[in-house]
Design a protein around this ligand. Structure first.
Ligand SMILES: Nc1ncnc2c1ncn2[C@@H]1O[C@H](COP(=O)(O)OP(=O)(O)OP(=O)(O)O)[C@@H](O)[C@H]1O
Ligand SMILES: Cc1ncsc1CCO
Ligand SMILES: [Mg+2]
Length: 538
């Protein structure tokens, strides 16, 4: 008999015979998976008659014994009892946990599918005698679950549930994330899913189609195993690359040089107001702008060397279109700068922006104070509108929000206003299953300012063009460890250009023109020591 307290949840295979490729069987797929690092198997055969189900269960059980891997039966408590399986997994609409436990006894593993905080509270109230582990999901959309009742929650949704487990002290309960997890997204998802206190990450991932539908189930399992074991995240594997601002001046010049030398392709999906302005800013920064909202070309664009996607949701474009852009750039491991304009200004925007945030991994999330505070779920009611506040206490809230956004989405977060705040959430290049890694309050954060340039906030799309500037400065870097410094350089460059423009312009109309001129001049000269804007740690 297995010791249920010592179960390894790291790679959990859930079966589905309806997706077997030709030439394979349920057993051959499970065997290949077991040989290549699967640590737990759940038999989930929704469309199989009881007699056949039991026959299959007995065969799979034999295989599992061979590898000393526990076998869990989905839904059918009677079958689990009949074959003396190691445990049973039930959904919210199946038999209640208390009854399941009564039937299977204290030593069996009882798993539960959980999608909401109230369900975590329920299991916490039952105590360790109730549920042993939960499947959290679904993370991403999947074809496996027909008529899925839940909508995808993304890594952020999983993190919220991990938070609830922490808050309710359900320390015994293990967790696996499930739903649309594939090698393309697993590293970043593992990296992102963590409770807010940084102390609890998931114990494993569950997959169905990635193994069951594979012509080469063994290789598929091996690939998953190596991703889980590598414990580092390839795209944003930056250790905190800047702890002391004194280091910055020495490297800013090289970022400018690199941008000019590589002329990064800046793929804009942006609002109509910003398109022309953004294209001219990119050209002034010696980069190549391209405006495209044609999904058919996203993959090709993402594969252009030094390509960066600037995704700005200011004009609400179709969700599916933006999702395919995110998918293309995430798969190509090219950076995305996300600008969730008017994040929660209307309910349609909130739904759209939240969905995109849940779906993608972003190198940088940039917004004004209203947007960053909304993403951080901090009380916007206290703010005087959407622009950053002037008082010190407002700034403290903004700094906290920026750190939270950087932490939750494992990105560089930028909050604009009179003072720009930049926080680095990338310093968690390694993730640990179960135990979490970093704490948000410790994230490095800096402020960039150049006096009150009130006129800069009074021209449309000036924030959007900071997005363009960030994209230009990160496009050329090959070492993602420099991502944070490159974003900081972009913010300082842009603020300094704003200062110069404010001196030479006659009003808001000519300010925009002067801003482009100033960016052009600063880039040509490349003397960061003369840039006006200052950087200070906060
Ligand atoms: N009072 C100010 N002093 C100095 N700089 C400012 C001021 N207000 C805005 N800025 C600068 O102007 C740019 C835009 O910031 P803002 O917070 O207005 O963004 P936004 O509202 O998202 O802009 P938009 O949506 O129009 O593109 C940033 O680079 C920011 O640093
Ligand atoms: C005016 C406007 N409307 C949607 S986006 C945008 C540009 C500033 O964000
Ligand atoms: Mg503004």
């Amino acid at each position: 008999m297995i010791d249920k307290l010592r179960v390894d949840y790291s790679l959990y295979l859930v079966t589905d015979s309806t997706m077997l490729p030709p030439g394979t069987t349920l057993e051959s797929q499970v065997l290949a998976a077991l040989q290549n690092g699967v640590t737990l198997v759940q038999l989930r055969e929704k469309e199989t008659d009881t007699k056949v189900f039991i026959e299959q269960a007995l065969k799979v059980q034999k295989l599992c014994w061979e590898f000393q891997v526990p076998l869990i039966i989905n839904d059918r408590v009677d079958v689990a009892l009949a074959i003396d399986a190691d445990g049973v997994h039930v959904g919210q609409d199946d038999m209640p946990i208390a009854m399941v436990r009564k039937l299977v006894g204290p030593d069996k593993i009882v798993g539960w599918s959980v999608g909401y905080e109230r369900e975590v509270e329920e299991l916490a109230a039952m105590g360790p005698e109730g549920v042993d582990y939960i499947g959290l999901g679904m993370v991403f959309p999947t074809n496996t679950k027909k008529n899925a009742k839940k909508s995808p929650m993304g890594p952020r949704g999983v993190s919220k549930l991990l938070d609830s487990l922490q808050k309710t002290n359900a320390t015994w309960c293990k967790t696996v994330a499930i739903g649309g997890l594939h090698p393309d997204n697993i590293p970043r998802v593992l990296y992102q899913m963590c409770s807010e206190d940084g102390k609890r990450s998931i114990d494993g991932i569950a997959v169905v189609s990635d193994i069951m539908a594979s012509q080469e189930a063994g290789n598929a399992a091996k690939k998953l195993r190596s991703l889980i074991d590598s414990r580092s995240y390839e795209f944003a594997n930056g250790v905190s690359d800047l702890s002391d601002v004194k280091q910055l001046s020495a490297i800013e010049e090289t970022f400018v040089d690199t941008t000019a030398a590589t002329s990064p392709l800046i793929h804009h999906i942006t609002n109509k107001v910003h398109q022309n302005f953004g294209a001219n800013v990119a050209l002034a920064l010696k980069s190549s702008p391209i405006m495209s909202e044609v999904a058919a070309e996203y993959k090709e664009l993402s594969e252009v060397p030094h390509a960066v996607l600037l995704l700005n949701t200011g004009s609400v474009a179709p969700l599916e279109n933006m999702v395919s852009a995110i998918r293309a750039y995430n798969e190509a491991k090219r950076p995305i700068v996300f600008d969730p304009v008017g994040f929660s200004a209307t309910s349609a925007r909130l739904v759209l922006n939240s969905h995109l945030l849940a779906y993608g991994q972003f190198a940088c999330i940039k917004g004004n104070a209203g947007e960053i505070l909304s993403i951080a779920d901090l009380n916007v009611g206290k703010m005087r509108g959407v622009d950053s506040g002037d008082s010190v206490s407002d700034l403290a809230v903004i700094i906290k929000a920026t750190r939270l956004v950087a932490y939750r989405y494992r990105c560089v977060a930028v909050c604009t206003g009179k003072v720009d705040i930049i926080a680095n959430g990338l310093n968690a290049g390694k993730y640990e299953l179960s135990t979490g890694s970093v704490k948000p309050s410790l994230l490095p954060a800096f402020k960039v300012e150049s006096g009150d340039l009130e006129i800069m906030g009074r021209i449309t799309a000036s924030g959007c063009s900071l997005g363009t500037t960030i994209a230009c400065l990160i496009g050329g870097i090959t070492n993602s460890q420099n991502l944070f410094s490159a974003v900081l350089t972009a913010v300082r460059l842009y603020k300094s250009a704003g200062y110069l423009a404010s001196l030479s312009c006659k009003g808001t109309g000519s300010f925009q023109v002067s801003l482009i001129d100033s960016l052009d001049q600063l880039l040509q000269a490349n003397q960061p020591s003369t840039w006006k804007a200052t950087v200070k740690a906060v």
